[in-house]
Design a protein around this ligand. Structure first.
Ligand SMILES: [Zn+2]
Ligand SMILES: [Zn+2]
Length: 120
């Protein structure tokens, strides 16, 4: 069965867009059963948003030395953010504390909060 161009209403911006026969064929070949629900423009901005969510670059001032720095995550609320240099100093300090006294390692230490931001 051949495909025919089809008009779809974008669920995001409610603009009509064309789901062309060629695109339908492509979807068919890829084994995709769901029709696109968003127009190409919204699909692109969603992809960019998703990419941005993985690697958001935020400009902040280091909580330690006050220097402007960029971090690959969105700082959450009250958590202090450090520049690279200070982050490594914090890391060393936190590691030293954890190594000498694991039982009382302070996991509220800003380093661990920053680490949590970085790894989440
Ligand atoms: Zn749209
Ligand atoms: Zn700093």
């Amino acid at each position: 069965m051949g495909h025919a161009d089809k008009t779809i209403n974008c669920c995001s911006c409610s603009a009509n867009f064309l789901f062309t026969a060629a695109e339908q064929e492509f979807f068919h070949l890829k084994g995709l059963v769901n029709e696109p629900r968003r127009c190409p423009g919204c699909r692109l901005s969603m992809r960019l948003k998703r990419a941005g969510a993985q690697q958001p670059i935020t400009s902040v001032n280091c909580a330690q030395c006050g220097q402007a720095t960029q971090v690959p995550f969105a700082p959450r609320g009250h958590r202090p953010v450090y520049c690279n240099a200070c982050f490594h100093i914090q890391k060393k300090a936190a590691e030293a504390i954890a190594a000498t006294n694991p039982q009382t390692a302070d996991f509220d230490h800003p380093f661990f909060q920053t680490l949590e931001c970085l790894s989440s």
